[in-house]
Design a protein around this ligand. Sequence first.
Ligand SMILES: *[C@@H]1O[C@H](CO)[C@@H](O)[C@H](O)[C@H]1NC(C)=O
Ligand SMILES: *[C@@H]1O[C@H](CO)[C@@H](O)[C@H](O)[C@H]1NC(C)=O
Ligand SMILES: *[C@@H]1O[C@H](CO)[C@@H](O)[C@H](O)[C@H]1NC(C)=O
Ligand SMILES: *[C@@H]1O[C@H](CO)[C@@H](O)[C@H](O)[C@H]1NC(C)=O
Ligand SMILES: *[C@@H]1O[C@H](CO)[C@@H](O)[C@H](O)[C@H]1NC(C)=O
Length: 394
Amino acid sequence: MILPPLVAFLFVALSSARPASYAIWAADSAIARRQGNGLDANGNAIVSYEHGEFQLGLRQLFERTGNQTYFDYIRAGVDNIVYNNGTVHGAYSVSEYVLDPLRTGPTMLYLFEQTSAQKYKAAADIFRKQLDSHPRTGEGQFWHKLKYPNQGWLDGVYMGSIFYADYTRTFEPTNLTAWDDITLQFTLMYKNTVQNSTVANSTGLLYHGYDYSHKTVWASSDRGHSPEVWDRALGWYSMALVDALEILPQSHPGYQQILDILHTLVPKIIAAADPTSGVWWLVITQPNRDKNYFESSGSSMFVYSLLKAVRLGLVEDDDGKIVAVAKKAYEYITANWVITNADGTMNWINTVVVGSLDTTGDFNYYVSQSKNLNDLKGLAAFVLASLEIERLEA
Ligand SMILES: *[C@@H]1O[C@H](CO)[C@@H](O)[C@H](O)[C@H]1NC(C)=O
Ligand SMILES: *[C@@H]1O[C@H](CO)[C@@H](O)[C@H](O)[C@H]1NC(C)=O
Ligand SMILES: *[C@@H]1O[C@H](CO)[C@@H](O)[C@H](O)[C@H]1NC(C)=O
Ligand SMILES: *[C@@H]1O[C@H](CO)[C@@H](O)[C@H](O)[C@H]1NC(C)=O
Ligand SMILES: *[C@@H]1O[C@H](CO)[C@@H](O)[C@H](O)[C@H]1NC(C)=O
């Protein structure tokens, strides 16, 4: 087809306004804003789990496109938090015993594998050593943070245990104690947070966290769990399930245990999607309640987890139902939460800034937290979800 010059010009101008791939568009927009590069808004080094989450997407984009810019961005981001002697800096201290920083560890392992530079192994070793003395509940669950005694949060499994598994695969693949311990983090979290038939109309989903000592203000008296199912916490945990199953040796018994949890949760996650929009409520346990809303980070995390579970053959999807649920949600996501900017980048909206168990953990707490423009926790999940969607189309 030969287009008249003006039409041809417009066509080129419009089509070059944004990349065809949402994964690339979202990632390039975040890079243009200097997000996820190991520095905070003031340019100070910061070990941040959301940077680690974003780097996982960039890594896949580098592998898919061969575009060196993505690799260099990842490396510069880690170099901002690791000195040449391998010391980790950027508001990180082992003695605070927080799991969140360890989410940047898989990027260090990746850089070590790609470059053989010892500094990345030295940095990963520091994180791995933290786990050796990290405080635990009486059953063996890592505390989310030293300052939250006896508390297991779903978020922590994604932050700590994926690094733990990746490190074990890389350096100690025959360490059965470590594989057992990683499995335990998943099974304890499931057992202690699942909303089971003790509750009417149980969703079968997981409360945000639990306090093994049942002492904190939000802990239920019977089991110590927190009051609500928060979409992003469950999103972290569901991403952790599929990511762990990509790492654990299939011959280890933990593989089947984690797979069983995935099999149990996938139908429950699907059942919890809002039937009209296809996406998920911020407080999943309170659909349609005033002030509740559809939240973009958790929804993107579920799309990623569902599609990756199918792609890896972890769940059967002969009738295509799981993929259809993910596609429907993704359609809503791109139509409602991606905003085109005049400069050709995109904005990402409707990601809640925070959901913590440091106060009441009740409905009013979650819905009163603000939403952030271009929040990287949500935007990175959107990159990961888009990579999975685009694999379906490839
Ligand atoms: C590689 O990625 C960068 C960073 O987003 C982008 O600006 C550049 O156009 C890409 N290069 C190619 C050849 O696609
Ligand atoms: C590593 O390098 C940093 C920055 O140069 C320095 O402050 C720190 O003391 C060094 N640590 C060790 C263990 O050498
Ligand atoms: C194996 O893993 C366990 C549990 O993390 C750890 O205590 C131990 O030091 C590891 N052993 C080796 C040989 O690395
Ligand atoms: C609910 O889960 C708790 C903790 O795992 C368990 O003790 C209890 O028996 C379960 N109740 C039912 C009815 O499944
Ligand atoms: C459980 O669901 C039924 C049917 O939708 C409803 O009538 C009932 O009120 C619900 N119970 C609770 C405690 O939410």
